[in-house]
Design a protein around this ligand. Structure first.
Ligand code: GLA
Length: 678
């Protein structure tokens, strides 16, 4: 795969250069020309300063293989520029036109069971198809040549949500690319056979041609093959991103390049921690799933995006003003939610707040998806809320460019562990990696303690407490570096199904959790998942679900923090902590859920001397996030309750919010931003 050294350029400047970016995907090609004038007038009214254009415009730009139509886009670019609006211009390659998929059906993705996906939706392409690449890169090249010097161009938007619909491709192109990826990783067939454990079920391969993607097989596919296919699939899309980026860089070496990630609840296929260094600035799309943890999940995703961006500011490329169209029931946002959701992203480092999309489509699959200008038009609550937010964001100009001020605690997030812990043939098929991580995050929020969500293989030296939920894949070097960090005074917390396998998904032997057994001072002979109707209790009454490891304490200094009082493990430890030098290593052998985690987390944080920065009365009511430029700290306070609340004992200058004396009043769903000298 292509390997290049890439020096990131950073974020583009929007508007005057010091404003938070505010805008949307803009699809003028869905509308008659006269609507465009109203569009730009309303954009100005709302304070829009940046839009993403031409994301799905391939068929319009290139109606046949040999004809091009840029005139309309020239006019759109000129019109936007004349109105002071910058353009994050798409390469337009996300949805190949019918002429291409008809002439070359070999660009279409193939499912695990061998069905070729038909055109008719979008993203019907394989990242490894040489034919697709030839056509898509030709388009990217034409776009870059044509608009290289256009004054509206502030950034490039590669494709769209790479992997959203086509991450898992089992085609023959994919098989060839997978083999090349495996050769690079393992070098020899012997090494591949060893890593894949092919002595099992007669799976030995004697020739590279015998190596396949994990296509639908008679029984469960080899798990290491499955894991490597996930790693490969993420890398294949990343390689495609690099290919478009190289084309753009050739023509416009000073225009920053991004692509919109999907750090949100479900898409698991892209290891964005490894993608972040391939773009000039990180962009993310996020959509809320309404429910009790809906806003916690938004905050978790925004926080993780910041972690992926290394604490630098990032670009919120898409979220929704109100309802989406792709959940089973698509509920509009309640009053105040639009601003609260957008500002929570800003709290976690977003320097741009953009939506899908500017004007709600009148036709097509997304006609019931909200937008900045809804079907109801300018005279609507949504547009008024949008324009209000535009004014609010102007007051936040001072935070542009500020970085995240690190918390003392962190939650580790690891794609290898996400992928591997949910493979079939495990002790339980109920385990959900991301949900466990989110539950720990919700517990931090409930305690009012800030925690950064960070990729698992980064530098932890800034943190006093690190939670590693279901850190399932633990290569020897990761086990060593975590043990060293603990010896140096760090407090590590890990959970059930952690430390179980190495990088090849081979079990660490001698008892669980192999990679962490010595560090934790415990040993588990057999994992013990629970049936859905089993909810044994801990000594303080908290119920557990999913999992209840039978723990044997093997190191004398281990303290038992919680014990089971009933169920198969009655009388045995459920939560343990081993003091190690100035640090400690704790183990939670059960699923406690967000509510049940909080008391355990409080105990561990207390032992580590990590406390909430919020007044006691407001812990759990308010989410606190801090951005900093070294001279000023910016405290973002988000009301997590459904009532108006008061936060006392605060000082500083309110950029947003009502601070009088030392009392801050936060409306229901309200957000305040305070500037304080460091
Ligand atoms: C994704 C896509 C957009 C749009 C939205 C709808 O984020 O990138 O084009 O389909 O979903 O929520």
């Amino acid at each position: 795969m292509t390997d290049t050294t890439f020096e990131p350029l950073g974020m583009p400047h929007m508007g005057t250069g010091s404003s938070i970016g505010f805008g949307a995907d803009y699809n003028p090609d869905q509308w008659p020309r006269e609507v465009w004038d109203e569009d730009v007038a309303l954009m100005r009214e709302a304070g829009v300063n940046v839009v993403s254009v031409a994301i799905f415009s391939w068929a319009r730009l290139q109606p046949t293989a040999d004809t091009w139509d840029f005139a309309w886009l020239d006019e759109v670019m000129d019109l936007l520029h004349a109105n002071g609006i910058g353009v994050d211009l798409a390469t337009a390659t996300a949805s190949p036109p019918a002429w291409l998929t008809t002439a070359h059906p070999e660009v279409l993705p193939v499912t695990r069971t061998g069905e070729t996906l038909w055109p008719g939706g979008r993203q019907q392409w394989r990242p490894t198809s040489p034919v697709f690449r030839e056509h898509a890169l030709r388009l990217a090249d034409a776009m870059a040549q044509r608009y290289a010097d256009h004054p509206a161009l502030v950034a490039w938007h590669v494709s769209n949500e790479l992997g959203c619909h086509n991450v898992w491709d089992y085609s023959d192109d994919a098989a060839a690319a997978f083999r090349a990826w495996l050769r690079e990783r393992y070098g020899t067939l012997d090494a591949l056979n060893a890593a894949w454990g092919t002595a099992f079920w007669s799976q030995r391969v004697g020739d590279w041609a015998q190596v396949l993607p994990p296509r639908q097989s008679a029984a469960q596919s080899n798990p290491t093959q499955q894991l490597d296919f996930k790693r490969y699939s993420s890398d294949a899309l990343r390689d495609y991103l690099r290919a478009e980026r190289e084309v753009l860089r050739r023509h416009t070496p000073r225009v920053p390049i991004t692509t919109n990630f999907m750090v949100m609840r479900t898409p698991e296929g892209m290891d964005y921690a490894s993608w972040a260094r391939e773009v000039d600035f990180v962009s993310n799309d996020h959509y809320v799933h309404p429910g009790p943890q809906g806003h916690d999940e938004l905050s978790f995703s925004a926080n993780l995006t910041s972690g992926i961006a290394g604490g630098d500011p990032w670009f919120l490329m898409e979220h929704s003003t109100s309802a989406v169209n792709w959940q089973p029931v698509n509920r509009p946002k309640a009053p105040g939610e639009l601003a609260r959701d957008s500002l929570t992203h800003v709290a976690h480092g977003a320097d741009a707040v953009c939506y899908f999309q500017w004007r709600q489509s009148a036709s097509g699959a997304e006609k019931y998806h909200s937008a900045m200008v809804p079907h109801a038009g300018r005279d609507s609550d949504v547009f008024r809320a949008v324009a209000d937010l535009g004014r609010t964001l102007e007051t936040l100009a001072p935070v542009v460019g500020t970085r995240r001020s690190p918390a003392r605690a962190a939650i580790l997030f690891d794609w290898d562990s996400w992928w591997t812990s949910e493979i079939d043939s495990h002790p339980s098929d109920r385990l959900r990696y991301r949900q466990e991580a989110l539950d720990w995050y919700s517990a931090f929020l409930a305690l009012g303690v800030r925690a950064d969500v960070v990729p698992a293989h980064g530098d932890l030296s800034a943190y006093d407490v690190v939670v590693a939920p279901i850190l399932h894949v633990v290569p020897a070097d990761l086990a060593r570096s975590l043990a060293e960090w603990v010896s140096a005074g760090g407090h590590l917390v890990t959970t059930y199904f952690s430390g179980i396998v190495d990088q090849d998904d081979h079990a660490w032997l001698g008892g669980y959790p192999g990679a962490f057994r010595d560090l934790l001072g415990i040993r588990i002979q057999e994992m013990a998942p629970l049936f859905d109707d089993e909810t044994p209790r801990l000594d303080d009454g908290r119920p557990v679900s999913l999992w209840a490891d039978p723990i044997d304490v093997v190191a004398a200094e281990v303290e038992v923090l919680s014990t089971y009082v009933d169920g198969a493990q009655a009388g045995r430890p459920a939560v343990t902590r081993r003091p190690v030098g100035q640090g400690s290593a704790s183990y939670v052998g059960a699923r406690l859920g967000a509510v049940g985690i909080a008391p355990t987390l409080a105990q561990i944080l207390d032992g580590a001397g990590v406390h909430s920065e919020l007044p006691v009365a407001n812990r759990g009511e308010v989410e606190l996030t801090v951005r900093t430029d070294g001279e000023s700290d910016y405290w973002f306070l988000v009301n997590r309750t459904t009532e108006a609340i008061e936060v006392t004992g605060l000082h500083g200058q309110a950029l947003i919010g009502d601070l009088s004396g030392e009392v801050l009043t936060l409306a229901r769903r309200g957000v305040a931003v305070l500037r304080m000298d460091v």
